[in-house]
Design a protein around this ligand. Structure first.
Ligand SMILES: [Zn+2]
Length: 175
């Protein structure tokens, strides 16, 4: 088991040797994920194992865990969500092979015989983010019953006065 995370790996060689990788990666190093977060602080723990499955396909199993700082879409404040992703991937060489997989596994495409572990970890974390992240009702600053007034407030904020726009431009120029 290696804790060093190479950029690209050859999944065939790793499966042949039954190799795996485990360790930590800073969330800030995953640009697509960082963009989707309220804050890229923190890290993900990963544990990925390569092997062959019963159908002679390369199987990547393991876990990716992180605490993600998301933006609650109800109160717009930060919320921390622990995600614990069970990785269950089959390596494919051409996109068409994806259609042949059963529903309990996901495909990962090897390009020129290689896959990027960082992309793989990033994709797993991106898929774990709920489409509309929201605090649990008891933790949210906004009572769902008050939602109507919040929507009204957001409408007002989304429509800045021309004066506010000008102020914004001025401060931008000064920066
Ligand atoms: Zn909230």
């Amino acid at each position: 088991m290696s804790s060093h995370l190479p950029d690209f790996v050859d999944p065939w060689r790793l499966a042949e040797r039954g190799k795996g990788f485990s360790g930590q990666i800073e969330l800030a190093r995953l640009p697509r994920l960082a963009e989707a977060l309220a804050s890229p602080a923190g890290h993900a723990d990963f544990d990925l194992q390569f092997g062959w499955d019963g159908e002679k396909r390369i199987h990547i199993t393991g876990t990716v865990r992180a605490r993600l700082a998301l933006k609650c879409q109800r109160c717009l404040e930060q919320m921390n969500q622990a995600v614990d992703v069970a990785v269950n991937l089959v390596v494919i060489e051409v996109q068409e092979q994806a259609a042949l997989l059963s529903e309990d596994v996901d495909p990962v495409l090897a390009e020129e015989g290689q896959i990027s572990l960082m992309d793989l970890i990033e994709d797993e974390l991106l898929l774990s983010i709920p489409q509309v992240p929201r605090h649990a009702p008891e933790l949210c600053r906004v009572d769902p019953a008050d939602l109507e007034s919040v929507n009204e407030l957001e409408d007002t904020m989304a429509d800045p006065t021309p004066f506010a726009v000008l102020e914004g431009l001025k401060s931008k120029r000064q920066n």
